[in-house]
Design a protein around this ligand. Sequence first.
Ligand SMILES: [Zn+2]
Ligand SMILES: [Zn+2]
Length: 222
Amino acid sequence: MLLIECGPGSTRRWPAFGITFERVRGIVVTHHHVDHCADLAPVMFGRNVPDPPVRTPLAMLGPVGHHALIDGLEGLYGSAVMDPLGMREVIELRDGDRRVVGPFTIDAREVLHVAGSLGLRVTCGGRVLAFSGDSGKCPELTALCRGAHVALLECSYPASRATTKHLNTRTAAETAVDAKLSRVVLTHFYPQCDDVDVAGEVRAAGYTGELVLAEDGLVLDV
Ligand SMILES: [Zn+2]
Ligand SMILES: [Zn+2]
């Protein structure tokens, strides 16, 4: 099982979906903003709590600086989050890197957000999921999405809010059109999206393919 992002409170939702510390063999975070990685320490802690501790290997993938982040969490929280059995592997991904975790092939592209922020292309069994991470509209993101069976795109703002380092409903739609996507899932809605017709704005911007607005607990096949 591969986890993409590890935001605040996400581990509390694991049991409802059959996700366990033993089953999660990889966690990839796209960048180090708190909404994407705050639950890494709870995972590190949770693997140590059982007696004996969880012994399955865990690949912890992230952008440049990921070693420093994990080291920092260990410095902050001490032995409770350390890796006494040596089961964790911390891997930093740069633009163009490819890593394999179990049946998943992960291709990373640097996208337009903060330095080193990653978008991901995850391939498994011939099916491809593209994930924007946090990103503004940019050629790298479009290339990342091209040919994906499903693209999971952030959509932080309504069209009325111009933004360069996130997508809004208009630039998400433009990215989908440019990448010739036929199946798009939008996520990462900021509160500014609460009172607007997100789907309507995406349609108005020209995207005509399948559109899903993600919510907690959404399950879909790629
Ligand atoms: Zn961010
Ligand atoms: Zn974010």
